[in-house]
Design a protein around this ligand. Structure first.
Ligand code: GLC
Length: 750
């Protein structure tokens, strides 16, 4: 049985304008009284005050020296014509600004928003790194600790999690998300929303989450930020929307729209996305904030003729709050008075915003998040640093380890620590670390120094810069390597080479870092390469010739300690890649779940004649989705399926045995992939449908079980109807998408 997205969307969309709390708002203690209080307030509000609740400004100048901007903004807040401020943080500053709002006629408290993307004062690994941990509990805990610190500092709302599926590493914002897979991305979206918001809004250790950027921003053409997106409906519904639905189901209090146009319509003016899907079919009761200036950007897009037209298109399409474009502030009131915008749309948007302010408890106590004593205690809680180090350890991916050069031996007398990122601190915090004190970040050199003490001599040389073509430091680096037993080379990107507006047309390791590697390789010393960056990078010489490669991402405040623990085996790495690493930019997009058998598959290795292949390179990635090694080994055995045929109402129980066949304890992420062999729409060669992270002592063995239900077999057909089709399914269980250890098949009966 299938149901059509189109039909059900249309029917429910008409209900979308009726704002009533849905079951998803289960955390609202007494919905009825909040709704009554909102109605009472709405009845008193002037049109200007209503528009004010839909207006958000950046307040970074509010706490600085006198300026026209500061005066104007304070006046707006005092007059009740600004409802939210971003980029004001800290108890002192937020209390000061909130006091101004409390002097307004109706005393409606401000919402303070901030990009708490991967930590507040304590910087956690970037979200893409956290995704590499595949550890949902750890990810949830990291978000909770970030929220706890932010909330203790007067922040009510984080603009996270970014849940954009991203398959193109040229796009710098891959660092903010969970990678290329919708299933992993959906699980992580849920974990992060629950981490930020807790079970119930209103606690002083929780903030409003914000699922962003709605939608399909990660599919920007050519990986160029802010660009257009052209997507089939199937790709939109099967790949890019699921993590948003997961965030909504987890109770995400807010959504943020995106800068891209989707199939010709800018997201901020896109009724299909915001009204038909989000507020209609999904019955979303939170509010949508535009991304920075995106309402006004409909003009340069050529979608609105001026800002007034842009404001009308945006409110009609379901954009509730205007971040920093001034379109609502300057034009929404006049559009209502001219009869061009129905006041009901404005009232619905205001109700959604006020509902969150009530749920946070701000009307009962506008200063509940402004407690200086709590701020001091929370921001200095060592628990956060311990958690940040543990998450960094979990996120690191051992890409290669030949001749067991890792873990490093404590018996080593000398280790050369070389490269432009050996002493880096700011770079380890990565992009979007808005409240951190980077002087407190532990560098790789500091981490190793603490680890080895006086037993081992660490010999440092920079070698080269991250960018630029100076080779002046090579000679000293080579000399340093010659005088050591092992070389640890730390290379990668600077903190501002990935992130927003950081698209790169060439994702090779920047500068002359790979040449430095070659020069060191010529010494014949064992070389361990640590790569620190915000995205998949290309480094083929290192991939081919290094003895070991540890991908550290941007590991945050405790990065150096985490790296040292992994390099010396005090933590056995278990990270798995959440994105495919290409061999060449020309392979992009190369996501594992975008690989189809095609009509001309390569059937014999090396035979690419008239096949779907390149004449100048391989189809396969350098490092595959789900790849990551351990200091131990695992055996997969005894695969059993509860049935080889199933009807629509039945499930398949899958069981296997996992054994740690090495000498040290470790964790393995057991991945379950399916392939629908024949369907009315061709299906990818592999789709991740489940995973389990399993800890095993050396020699220990455990049963691992999965359930395959009908939903895991479903997809959208040509009529965009969701459902599963009878036929054969291939089951693959593995340690990576390209390291399948057990296979089987089953049949779905008509
Ligand atoms: C930026 C980003 C968005 C962020 C917002 C506020 O342009 O696109 O992710 O939350 O503006 O800083």
């Amino acid at each position: 049985m299938r149901f059509s997205v189109y039909k059900s969307t249309l029917v429910i969309a008409l209900l979308g304008f009726v704002s009533f709390p849905s079951h998803a708002q289960k955390h609202v203690a007494d919905t009825a009284s909040i709704e009554q209080r909102i109605s009472g307030l709405l009845a008193q509000m002037t049109l200007e005050e209503k528009v004010g609740q839909l207006t958000q400004y950046t307040g970074s100048q509010l706490t600085g020296p006198a300026s026209i901007r500061k005066t104007t903004l304070l006046n707006s807040i005092r007059e009740g014509t600004a409802g939210s401020v971003l980029n004001v943080k800290g108890v002192k500053d937020t209390r000061e600004v909130q006091t101004v709002a409390m002097a307004s006629r109706l005393k409606i408290p401000l919402l303070f928003g901030l990009d708490v993307i991967h930590g507040y004062k304590t910087v956690f690994p970037i979200p893409l790194a956290e995704a590499a941990s595949w550890d949902l509990d750890a990810i949830r805990q990291a978000a909770h600790l970030a929220a706890r610190e932010a909330a203790a500092s007067g922040v009510h709302w984080t603009f996270a999690p970014m849940v954009d599926v991203a398959r193109d590493p040229r796009w710098g914002r891959v660092m903010e998300g969970a990678g290329e897979d919708p299933y992993l991305g959906s699980q992580i979206a849920r974990a992060r929303v629950l981490g930020f918001q807790g079970e119930k809004l209103g606690g002083t250790d929780a903030v409003l989450a914000c699922a962003k950027h709605f939608a399909a921003y990660g599919a920007a053409i050519a990986g160029r930020d802010y660009n257009a997106v052209d997507l089939s409906p199937q790709q939109l519904w099967e790949v890019y929307l699921p993590p948003f639905k997961a965030a909504l189901d987890a109770g995400a209090a807010t959504f943020m729209n995106s800068f891209n146009a989707l199939n010709g319509v800018p997201a901020t003016g896109n009724r299909y996305l915001q009204r038909d899907i989000l507020k209609g079919k999904w019955n979303y009761q939170g509010f949508v904030v535009s991304d920075w200036g995106s309402i006004a950007e409909q003009v340069p897009w050529g979608y609105a003729k001026d800002k007034a037209d842009a404001a009308q298109k945006a409110i009609t399409a379901g954009s509730d709050m205007d971040m920093e474009s001034d379109a609502y502030h300057n034009h929404l009131g006049e559009l209502v008075k001219a009869g061009k915008v129905d006041i009901a749309l404005v009232d619905d948007a205001v109700r959604r915003v006020l509902r969150k302010k009530f749920e946070l408890g701000l009307f009962d106590d506008p200063y509940k998040f402004s407690n200086e004593k709590r701020e001091k205690q929370v921001l200095n809680d060592p628990q956060s640093r311990v958690a940040a180090r543990q998450m960094a350890e979990k996120s690191m991916v051992l890409l290669k380890n030949e001749k067991a050069v890792l873990p490093l031996s404590r018996q080593l007398h000398s280790v050369a620590v070389i490269g432009p990122l050996v002493r880096a601190k700011r770079d380890l915090d990565g992009s979007w670390s808005v409240a951190s004190d980077t002087t407190l970040t532990v560098s790789l050199l500091e981490g190793l120094t603490r680890k080895v003490g006086s037993k081992t001599q660490l010999r440092y040389a920079k070698g080269c810069d991250v960018t630029g073509d100076s080779r002046a430091g090579f000679a000293q680096a080579v000399e340093t390597a010659k005088n050591a037993e092992v070389v640890v080379l730390a290379v990668g990107e600077t903190w501002n080479m990935s992130g927003e507006a950081k698209s790169r047309s060439d994702i090779h390791l920047p500068g002359v870092q790979e040449e430095l590697f070659q020069a060191l390789k010529a010494t014949g010393k064992p070389i361990v390469v640590v790569v620190l960056g915000g995205r998949p990078l290309i480094f083929n010489a290192i991939s081919d010739q290094a003895d070991a490669i540890l991908y550290g991402w941007w590991p945050g405040s405790e990065g150096g300690n985490a790296l040292a623990n992994v390099l010396y085996g005090d933590y056995n790495p278990a990270g798995k890649l959440p994105m495919s690493f290409p061999r060449a930019v020309g392979q992009i997009p190369i996501a594992y779940n975008q690989q189809y058998n095609t009509g001309r598959p390569i059937t014999k290795p090396g035979d690419a004649t008239y096949k779907s292949a390149y004449i100048d390179g391989a189809n396969t990635p350098r490092f595959a989705f789900g790849h990551g090694l351990s200091y131990t080994t695992f055996k997969y055995s005894d695969l059993k399926l509860s049935r080889s045929q199933l009807t629509a109402a039945e499930n398949v129980q899958v069981q296997l045995r996992l054994t740690n066949t090495g000498k040290v304890a470790g964790e393995e992420v057991v991945q379950l992939y399916l392939r629908d062999m024949v369907a009315s729409v061709v299906r990818p060669l592999q789709e991740l449908k489940d995973f389990k992270k399993v800890h095993l002592q050396a020699g220990e063995s455990k049963a691992v079980a999965f359930t395959i239900d009908r939903d895991k077999l479903a997809f959208y057909n040509q009529q965009l109807e969701w459902g599963a089709e009878p036929g054969e399914f291939k089951l693959m269980i593995g340690s990576a998408s390209n390291d399948i250890r057990l296979e089987s098949k089953f049949e779905l009966l008509p």
